[in-house]
Design a protein around this ligand. Structure first.
Ligand code: UDP
Ligand code: MG
Length: 335
């Protein structure tokens, strides 16, 4: 048996590696992904499980997953009660991972399982987090690539914890990192930020990102914009500061303008002029105030959301492995 590095072998029944796959309408991709994982892992000593989280899919995803679980009990299925979004689905999968390390994968084969040996090699060398950095993103539009590029740069300028650029959720996370992530109670989960926030020894490998195998992305630009906003507002208070600085600048300018008016009145009297300047000042100030209120509102909405303290996701059913045999059960209270 291979004993090199941390937890190189299975502890009792626990697998060494947990693949975590959030699935939303991925019926056409799951079997192909499973085949690729099996092919890669056939040549490896590590035992593994594949946790597929069905995030309220509307197609045959659940049926495909359940059938797969019956054929191969290493596939465990967490069926969420509705669509909670990718971040919540990923959280559910990571919460249920039993392995000594977990590797989140997209179901659409954009993240190649063939990279796993490299990720594991770095883990064995003592790293807790091994990021997979995209060298290229095939099959994605120029606008998407450009906006993603801009997002990483803006985020890292204003966030206290930088996130690695061009890195998705595809990475290896060791058990200490998984345990640390479980301690983060926030409901709005920007996973990339959380992965970076927990820290630990981190390294990266690079790969070329393939286009989506089948089906369509569910991330519209509106959804991506909200996601980006969530990320920035969860990890930075710079927008609040911008609002106050803007206020300061505007007040300074108005003070100077008032001074100017005073001097002019003293020197030249007060001919009734100034309607345009009045309007400009009024509208400008109104705009600045609304913007500042909007920014405060965005943060407040998030405080409200967190304050409600609802769970991040709800599990309807779990197709689990019981002594090596496939079984379907309701979640326990803890889950
Ligand atoms: N996904 C999910 N819930 C959602 C949307 C997406 O679990 O509400 C999953 C999806 O099945 C896929 C991964 O998240 O495995 C990435 O989604 P997608 O490929 O649509 O995003 P993109 O690769 O275009 O960023
Ligand atoms: Mg994709």
């Amino acid at each position: 048996m291979n004993t090199a590095g941390p937890a190189a072998t299975a502890i009792g029944d626990q697998p060494v590696l947990s693949f975590v796959v959030p699935c939303y309408n991925e019926a056409a991709n799951i079997r192909a992904l499973h085949k690729r994982i099996c092919a890669v892992m056939a040549a490896r000593p590590e035992t593994w499980e594949c946790i597929c989280v069905n995030d309220g899919s509307r197609d045959e995803t659940l049926a495909v997953l359940t059938a797969l679980h019956e054929e191969d009990p290493r596939v465990r299925v967490i069926d969420l009660s509705r669509n909670f979004g990718k971040e919540a689905a990923l959280t559910a999968g990571l919460d249920h991972a039993q392995g000594a390390a977990a590797i989140p994968l997209d179901a659409d084969l954009q993240d190649p399982p063939e990279l796993v040996p490299e990720l594991v090699a770095h883990w064995r060398a003592g790293y807790d987090v091994v990021n997979a950095v995209r060298l290229s993103r095939k099959g994605e539009s120029l606008i998407k690539r450009a906006s993603a590029h801009a997002f990483y740069r803006v985020f890292n300028r204003i966030s206290k914890v930088p996130i690695p650029e061009d890195t998705g959720d595809f990475r290896l996370l060791s058990r200490p990192v998984l345990d640390a992530l479980r301690q983060l109670p926030e409901r709005r989960r920007f996973m990339k930020g959380l992965f970076a926030w927990v820290g630990f020894r981190t390294t990266s490998v690079s790969y070329h990102r393939a286009p989506r195998q089948a089906g369509q992305t569910t991330w519209s630009y509106v959804r991506l914009w909200r996601f980006a906003l969530d990320g920035i507002l969860s990890f930075s208070d710079a927008p609040l500061r911008i609002a106050s600085y803007l206020g300061l600048v505007v007040s300074l300018m108005s003070f100077l303008y008032a001074l100017n008016l005073l001097v002019q009145t003293l020197l030249f009297g007060n001919p009734v002029k100034g309607y345009p300047s009045l309007m400009v000042a009024l509208l400008f100030l109104g705009g600045v105030q609304l913007m500042a209120l909007g920014i405060i509102g965005e943060y407040l909405a998030r405080v409200y959301d967190e304050g409600k303290g609802r769970p991040i996701y709800l599990v309807r059913r779990i197709a689990d492995t019981d002594n090596g045999r496939a079984s379907i059960r309701a979640p326990s209270a803890r889950e």
